[in-house]
Design a protein. Structure first.
Lengths: 153, 189
C-alpha cells in the first residue's frame, strides 16, 4: 500500500518554488502554462511514484522538462507578433540554437545544465533534484558544458 | 496560499478533472456545528469529516485508501455544499447526491445503506439496523458500522438510537447528535 501524502500537500508546500523556477526558466509570461503542465504531469505520474522522498526535487525536475519542452516548441514555431518590440532586458531568453543543443544532451547532463543555467540552482540543489551526489551533479554539468562547447563551436 | 498562485491552481484543478486525474476532490464547508470536510470521487461523495475530526489525518487516510491524487477543488463540491446548507436551514429533508460506498464493505455497508433509507425526522434502533442488514443478532456490529460511517449527515447515522431511546454515540460528539435531532424535530430544542 502506498504511503504517499495527498497530492495537495505537494502543491501547498512547493507550488511557490516551482513557479519561481519556471519564471526563471521560461519567463513570467509563459510560466503559468508550464506550471500547469508541470503539476498535471506530476499528478499523472504520482500514484506510481515509488516513495515520498524528495518530492520537491521530483517536481523541480519535471518543471525543467516542461521548460525544455516549451523552449523546443518555441524553436519550432516562432510566435507571430503584430509589431516587433524591444526585448525586455530583465528576462533574457536563451538563443534557440543553444536550447536545441541542450535538448540533445543525455538526460542527466541536460537536466544539470538547465537546472544550473535556466534556474540558477546551486550544485547541492541540482544534486537533490537529480537524486545524486553534488560531485556527480558537478560532473554532469561539466560534461554537458564541454559537449555544448564542442557542438556550438 | 499566495494570491498569485490562486488562479493557476484553480485552473489546474479544472484541467485535472477534465483529464480524469481528480481521483479525490475536497473542500471545506461551514456548518452550525463547525467546519466540515467534504470529499468526493468521480462516483460520488465518499467522505464527510465532522468538526471534531482531524482533517489532515482524514485526507492522509483518503490518500492511502482511495488514491493519492487528492486535490482541493471547491467547485467540485458545490452541489454537496448547497444541499448541506439547505439541510442546516431546515429546508431540505432528502439529499439527492451520488454516493461512493468504497470505504465500507460487507455487513457495514449493508447497515449504512439501511441507515441511508431512514426518513428525515425519524429514528431507528441499532437492533433494527442489524435486522435490516440481514443479521438481527449483530447489534454490536451494527453499532460499530454507525461509528465508522464515512459519510455522516448524508448517511444519517444520527437517526440511530439505543432501543431504550438513549442517544448512544456519535462520531461528531453527542452535542452534535442532539443538535441534529433537534433540527429534525425529533428532540425538543
Amino acid at each position: 500500500m502506498s504511503e504517499l501524502p495527498p497530492f495537495q500537500t505537494l502543491i501547498d508546500e512547493h507550488a511557490g518554488d516551482v513557479m519561481a523556477v519556471l519564471r526563471g526558466a521560461v519567463g513570467r509570461a509563459d510560466a503559468e502554462d508550464c506550471f500547469q503542465e508541470t503539476f498535471l504531469a506530476a499528478l499523472r505520474a504520482y500514484p506510481r511514484l515509488s516513495g515520498a522522498g524528495n518530492l520537491r526535487g521530483w517536481l523541480i525536475t519535471i518543471a525543467h522538462r516542461k521548460a525544455i519542452d516549451h523552449h523546443r516548441a518555441r524553436g519550432r514555431r516562432p510566435l507571430p507578433v503584430a509589431e516587433v518590440t524591444e526585448q525586455a532586458v530583465t528576462d533574457p531568453e536563451p538563443g534557440d540554437g543553444i536550447w536545441t543543443a541542450v535538448g540533445a544532451l543525455p538526460p542527466k547532463q541536460r537536466a544539470a545544465v538547465t537546472l544550473r543555467y535556466a534556474s540558477d540552482l546551486p550544485h547541492a540543489e541540482i544534486a537533490a533534484a537529480l537524486g545524486c551526489s553534488p560531485e556527480a551533479a558537478r560532473r554532469s554539468l561539466h560534461e554537458g558544458i564541454k559537449r555544448l562547447r564542442k557542438e556550438l563551436a | 496560499m499566495r494570491a498569485e498562485l490562486q488562479q493557476p491552481l484553480g485552473r489546474l484543478a479544472e484541467r485535472a478533472a477534465a483529464e480524469g486525474l481528480l481521483d479525490v476532490a475536497y473542500a471545506t464547508a461551514d456548518s452550525p456545528f463547525g467546519p466540515l470536510l467534504l470529499a468526493r470521487t468521480p462516483r460520488g461523495l465518499v467522505r464527510v469529516g465532522l468538526p471534531n475530526q482531524d482533517a489532515d489525518a482524514l485526507l492522509a487516510d483518503l490518500a492511502t485508501r482511495v488514491s493519492p491524487r487528492v486535490l482541493e477543488a471547491p467547485a467540485e463540491l458545490d452541489e454537496v455544499r448547497r444541499e448541506l446548507d439547505l439541510y442546516f436551514e431546515g429546508k431540505l429533508t432528502d439529499f439527492d447526491l451520488p454516493l461512493d460506498w468504497q470505504l465500507s464493505r460487507d455487513f457495514r455497508r449493508r447497515v449504512l445503506r439501511a441507515i441511508a433509507r431512514i426518513p428525515y425526522g425519524q429514528t431507528r434502533s441499532y437492533t433494527e439496523m442489524a435486522k435490516s442488514a440481514g443479521n438481527e443478532r449483530a447489534v454490536r456490529a451494527a453499532g460499530s458500522a454507525c461509528g465508522s460511517n464515512p459519510i455522516p449527515l448524508v448517511v444519517p447515522c444520527h437517526r440511530v438510537l439505543r432501543t431504550s431511546g438513549a442517544l448512544g454515540g456519535y462520531g461528531g460528539g453527542l452535542p452534535m447528535k442532539e443538535g441534529l435531532l433537534q433540527l429534525e424535530g425529533v428532540l425538543d430544542g
